[in-house]
Design a protein around this ligand. Structure first.
Ligand code: TXA
Ligand code: MG
Length: 344
């Protein structure tokens, strides 16, 4: 199979491929998704197979417009409607009761709920509309690898394994980490996966408590609500060590010297200031910038691209910058923790 690259001008071909049961990856404001018609069981099965994804990890269904939630959810509460109005199109995934028979059982992994999101990317909204039914879209990476934020990442993992990919006009997707996943009820909203829509942003539009059900908490309590949280993720070939936020530049130098003494060849993933100071040090073989210091949005946008770029370098270890415990860095920290072997 030859993987086609589609653009805005050839979206109709991409839509036809989807209607015929093919797999077409698409850009979103978070990361690229691996698209298939959500009502085509065979096509959804191919998505799991292509990614090497565990069958019990359900998929997000992507909508072209909020009204289409009714196509797949059995009921849309007033609370859910308020959230859609406030945050769609955008990086918020909302879990609702699934409408029996509306989507392939493989989409929900046997749960009685379905995860819905309306992305904020013009090409993709048009693609879904043209395809004629909502699309599943897990991140378009091989299971366990960093999620794709560039069309090249999708091609790296899936060339000749999927039918096509729609290339975004932007070089890098805007947000760079996956959507916030929430489960709303009349009493509370639970955050199952942190993302660009934060707890305080949610609190600003609803009058019920917004509770974090972090991955850590779901795993240790044995109450897995969102099956994705229990799998290791985003990991490049080399081990990643996270350098905690409180370390000074002198500490970085010491850490690097100690690791080099053990024979490690180091690549750096850090902000401009750290890279500027350390890149010329003997033995630093590769660097990738997370952008300006104190910019959560730039760090999030560049995290996966950095992990993927460094993975290709002749290094044995990636040292990645840990960020302060601030809400705006929460999604970055959550993903980096899943990619990391340890925190220094
Ligand atoms: O930003 C995103 O959300 C990207 C783009 C492509 O839209 N998609 C994405 O999909 O990250 P994926 O499949 O990599 O992650 C979906 C997450 C998983 O953690 C999964 O367990 C959870 O959503 N999920 C899906 N359906 C669920 C459900 N019914 N109940 C609880 N969690 C669910
Ligand atoms: Mg994923």
């Amino acid at each position: 199979m030859q993987t086609q690259i589609y653009t805005y001008d050839t979206l109709y071909q991409a839509a036809k491929t989807l209607q015929e049961g093919g797999l077409v990856a698409f850009p979103t404001e978070t990361v690229y998704g691996l698209g298939a018609m959500a009502n085509n069981s065979e096509a959804v099965g191919k998505v799991f197979k292509a990614k090497g994804r565990p069958q019990d990890n359900p998929l997000i269904v992507h909508l072209a417009k909020p009204e289409d939630a009714k196509l797949v959810a059995s009921s849309v509460s007033a609370m859910a409607e308020r959230l859609m109005e406030a945050f769609w199109p955008g990086p918020l995934t909302i879990i609702l009761p699934v409408k029996p028979g509306a989507v392939s059982d493989k989409v929900t992994g046997g749960l009685d709920s379905v995860a819905l999101r309306m992305p904020r990317q013009l090409e993709t909204l048009l693609l879904i509309e043209m395809a004629g039914f909502p699309l599943v879209g897990p991140s378009a990476n091989l299971s366990g690898k960093p999620s794709p934020t560039k069309v090249e990442h999708v091609l790296h993992d899936f060339t000749n394994l999927i039918d096509g990919v729609v290339a975004a006009r932007e070089e890098l997707t805007e947000i760079g980490v996956e959507s916030t996943v929430i489960r709303p009820s009349e009493r509370q909203i639970e955050i199952l996966r942190p993302g660009a829509i934060t707890q305080s942003m949610l609190e600003a539009v609803v009058d019920v408590p917004v509770i974090e059900r972090t991955a850590q908490e779901q795993v240790t309590s044995g109450q897995i609500i969102s099956p994705g949280v229990k799998y290791r993720h985003y990991a490049p070939k080399q081990p990643v060590y996270q350098v905690a936020a409180q370390h000074t530049l002198d500490d970085w130098c010491e850490i690097i010297a100690e690791l080099q003494a053990k024979g490690e060849v180091i690549g750096l993933l850090a902000d401009d200031i750290i890279i500027e100071q350390l890149a010329s040090q003997a033995g630093i073989k590769a660097c990738y910038s997370l952008g300006a210091a104190n910019s959560p949005s730039q760090a999030s946008q560049r995290l996966y691209a950095g992990l993927r770029a460094l993975e290709e370098q002749p290094i044995t270890l990636i040292l990645a910058q840990g960020m302060p415990f601030e809400e705006a860095y929460q999604a970055y920290e959550n993903r980096l923790a899943k990619a990391s072997y340890r925190v220094i």
